[in-house]
Design a protein. Structure first.
Length: 255
């Protein structure tokens, strides 16, 4: 088994182009020697192109936080997979819980986005996760299964290993209350088993599954030492280059 670990930073609606550029300089200066891990920054749309120019030739990938499933047309406020490719991106975050809950994106829509991303040779980072109410009534696995079934509905076995899944329990996002490594392990093992049932053991071994939700430099090691957890999707702690570099460093140490 060799799955290259990932540290991805989801900036959400933070950082101007100027601030993004300052961050990238600090990140790039701190990265040498940190090989064996993929580093992905997910800035707002406005910083995609300038950041990908700045990080060209470096190990840092730039990825958007969302996209539309159509190629072009009358979809005010949206961007397409082709536009993302033009910014030299290889990944795209889809189905983040803030998209699902604040913007009412459905799993069906997210499934269309996953298909459109793969058709355009982008790797989707498909986010799934249960709310605290769902967890408390014992529905975690059911919710994750539904989100995966609909999110992956059009994904062929040939393309399935290009999907990255991020397990982000909604109650852990931005709350400072991360899941325990055991909780994360339990759900991530369930996700890998689901992928194995749908696509077979080779795909299940290849798909990278990340944990997200209040990841910090102090707790990331404990997640990353779990052989089933292939990386993290980091929100708040990814805004500070020193913290983000420490998370990358700790992730490498654990693998
Ligand atoms: P957080 O956000 O690290 O601030 O909890 C994670 C995310 O939303 O991806």
């Amino acid at each position: 088994m060799s799955r290259t670990p990932i540290t991805a930073g989801n900036w959400k609606m933070n950082k101007t182009v100027e601030e993004a550029s300052v961050f990238a300089e600090a990140l790039l200066a701190g990265l040498p020697g940190m090989d064996g891990i993929e580093v992905i920054i997910c800035p707002p749309f406005t910083a995609l192109y300038p950041l990908s120019q700045k990080c060209a030739g470096s190990p840092v990938q730039i990825a958007p936080q969302n996209m539309h499933w159509e190629a072009k047309g009358a979809f005010t406020g949206e961007i397409s997979a082709g536009m993302i490719q033009e910014c030299h991106c290889h990944y795209v975050v889809l189905g983040h819980s803030e998209r699902r809950h604040i913007f009412r994106e459905t799993s069906e829509e997210i499934g269309k986005k996953v298909k459109a991303a793969l058709d355009a040779h982008l790797c989707p980072i498909l986010c799934v996760g249960e709310t605290i109410e769902e967890r408390e009534v014992g529905k975690t696995e059911q919710i994750i299964k539904e989100q995966l079934l609909l999110g992956l509905t059009s994904v062929s076995p040939e393309k399935a290993s290009q999907v990255v899944v991020a397990y982000e329990p909604v109650w852990a996002i931005g709350t400072g209350k991360a899941a325990t490594p055991d909780d994360a392990h339990f759900v991530i093992s369930y996700i890998r088993q689901f992928i194995g049932d749908e696509y077979g053991p080779v795909v299940a071994e290849a798909v990278r599954i990340l944990y997200g939700g209040s990841v910090t430099p102090d707790n990331v090691y404990d997640f990353m030492k779990d052989p089933d957890i292939d990386g993290t999707l980091v929100g708040g702690a990814s805004l500070d280059p020193a913290k983000f570099l420490k998370i990358i460093q700790e992730s490498r140490r654990a693998k």
